[in-house]
Design a protein around this ligand. Sequence first.
Ligand SMILES: [Zn+2]
Length: 285
Amino acid sequence: MSTSPLSIDVHVAPIRPYIYPDRLAVGEEATWAPSSSTLISGPTEGILIDALLTFDNADQIAAWAKSFDKKITGVYITHGHSDHWLGLARLLGHFPEARGYAAPEVLGRAAWEAEFNKTTKYWTSRFPGELPETPVMPEVLNNDEILVDGQVVNLIHVGQGDVGGSTIFHVPSADAVVCGDVVYNNVHMMMYEADEAKREAWIASIDAVAALKPKIVVAGHKSVGAADPPDCIAASQQYLRDFTTFAKKSGTVEDLVQRMLELHGEREQLHTPWISARAEVARRA
Ligand SMILES: [Zn+2]
């Protein structure tokens, strides 16, 4: 068995425009958040965490991952949101020996999203011509221990992130956690689906990340070139707490966005607090 620790390398697809079907607020732009795919590798083998969304996302991940000259043995998906796995169809074309995998709860949500897109064109209307006609679903993973060159990577079922049924990947030999959308790094956090109770559960999921005492914390949405420090754990929790505090004080969408920007204006992806605030105000009705 190899004794060398695994390496963590992160590719980030930059923020980009997309087609948003609803009305935007003054000053709001329809952009998709910068998103990460992570290579966990040993001397000869590697696995990728998350396949992202578009053909271009997958092509860029493949070109980047191939530069490390490791045998890619699998692509593992953190959670069921399509922007983290729909790129799998294209990505596996670049790595014919690899397969896509996800925990049962992740696959459940991914399958739901694929059906939802069939009926509503939710994803294909937002990224026309950039997505596969027929998605490739990840295969269900029933074993939470993954070996990379003989070193362990542990899949942990944390539950609530920006969607329920989220998982994270702990790499003990690197003191690293690849968090998907349980942790964000310098990017506004999406609360379209997360009401106050779910935000509380989400904060508890982040506690589960903190309990691993990682030195490297890779967020599913992070700025290009940003480091992966553990302080994004506390920052993510504070963001969620601030949103809940302000949601109780703010009457309008505009007010809630304004208050969040006053405290968290350094974050990228200004479109997201608008979406989160509109959803929160709609949930009150
Ligand atoms: Zn995401």
